[in-house]
Design a protein around this ligand. Structure first.
Ligand SMILES: [Fe+2]
Length: 365
């Protein structure tokens, strides 16, 4: 476990905790290793295979006791991020990573991208979303829009067995290390899909309602937050491609002042809605792609508002809407309790597995 000095509640949670606070626009400038060093941000070494914290502590840990995972906890011991290497026993993960990379490279050749999909505030690489979304002035949740042509290539990609394994692994890591978050999302999404059967899951083995394919060859992010997503949740990011992860591709969590080496095949689970993040550029001639899964916050708000926009709720039942408004500050304050504490994780997992799971400090669960 890496301990951060930050408190989760100090991150950029918007009032009501349905989305993140929008950040001021920053100059699109890469966070190079030199810039990190100048800013005094520590780099955590990680080869995606074993956690080398033991090296820092000068302790020899037997091979069979080494873990490929580590968490970052906040000042109160709440798990706010997770880094995970291959699934337990997955000896073929390098092949899975390479085949998923090739599948995305093939899909990239088939897709046609609009300018704004290739040049955007997050970076300079083609990116395409799949799944469900609600926001941007729409009147109800719907599928992320893609051209017919691209949708065909993306559908093939979503059925790719290696992408499926990565997606399923991401979902299971969320359930294992953030069981309260997983339960909150599961309960609301079940209601959502029952109400709107036309909404489709991207992957039968993943709870995440939306995903992005960052096609590369230079999927390296400028500093940003993904402010439209569920703030107390993790974005699952799996790095793909062929690059030297000791020289580039690191994921930087700027509010936490931590950077982590992030090799292809590794998966990061970060509160990307509320924590500013970026990547270190890769070297000339290298290739980096990434696959991400996330939960748009508007979907959960739509469910809590009784399957309507806040505006129509105001008109249809102003008293209920007023009560909702009055609770927004309490909701914001309580929101970080969805992140499990490291010392309570096993208890949380046990509770979350019960059919009528309940956490007294989370009345909204
Ligand atoms: Fe992001």
């Amino acid at each position: 476990m890496l301990k951060s000095n930050i408190k989760a509640e100090s991150l950029h949670i918007a009032r009501g905790a349905y989305v993140g606070r929008r950040q001021d626009r920053v100059e699109p400038r890469y966070w190079t290793l030199e810039r990190l060093q100048a800013a005094g941000i520590n780099i955590q070494k990680w080869d995606g295979r074993c956690v080398v914290l033991s090296l820092l502590l000068q302790i020899q840990v037997p091979q069979n006791q080494r873990s490929s995972r580590f968490v970052i906890a906040d000042k109160h011991g709440r798990i706010i991020a997770l880094f995970a290497g291959p699934p337990d026993g997955a000896k073929d993960w390098d092949q899975v990573t390479e085949r998923a990379t090739v599948a995305m490279e093939n899909a990239r050749k088939q897709c046609m991208f609009k300018h704004e999909q290739e040049v955007h505030s997050r970076g300079l690489y083609p990116t395409v979303g799949v799944g469900s979304l609600f926001g941007g002035g729409s009147l109800r949740p719907g599928a992320i829009a893609n051209s017919k042509h691209n949708a065909k290539a993306l559908a093939v990609l979503c059925r790719n067995p290696d992408i499926l394994r990565i997606a399923g692994f991401g979902s299971s890591m969320l359930a294992s290390y953030a069981p309260r978050v997983h339960l909150k999302m599961k309960r609301r999404l079940l209601l959502l899909y029952n109400r709107h059967p036309s909404l489709r899951l991207n992957f039968p083995n993943s709870i995440y309602p939306a995903a992005h394919f960052n096609f590369g060859p230079n999927s390296v992010c400028f500093e940003h937050t993904d402010f439209a997503n569920d703030p107390i949740n993790w974005c699952h990011v799996t790095a793909l491609g062929r690059f030297d992860s000791t020289k580039g591709g690191h994921i930087i969590l700027l509010d936490l002042r931590i950077a982590v080496e992030f090799p292809a095949g590794g998966s990061a689970f970060i509160p990307s809605t509320i924590a500013r993040h970026a990547n270190v550029p890769i070297q000339e001639g290298e290739v980096r792609l990434s696959f991400t899964q996330f939960c748009p916050g508007g979907l959960l708000r739509w469910v809590d508002a009784g399957f309507q926009t806040l505006k129509s709720w105001e008109q249809s039942d102003p008293a209920a809407k007023a009560r909702f408004n009055e609770q927004l500050d309490d909701r914001t304050r309580a929101s970080v309790l969805y992140f499990s504490r490291w010392d309570e994780l096993l208890d949380d997992l046990q509770e979350a597995s019960k059919p009528e799971a309940a956490f007294p400090e989370l009345p909204d669960l």
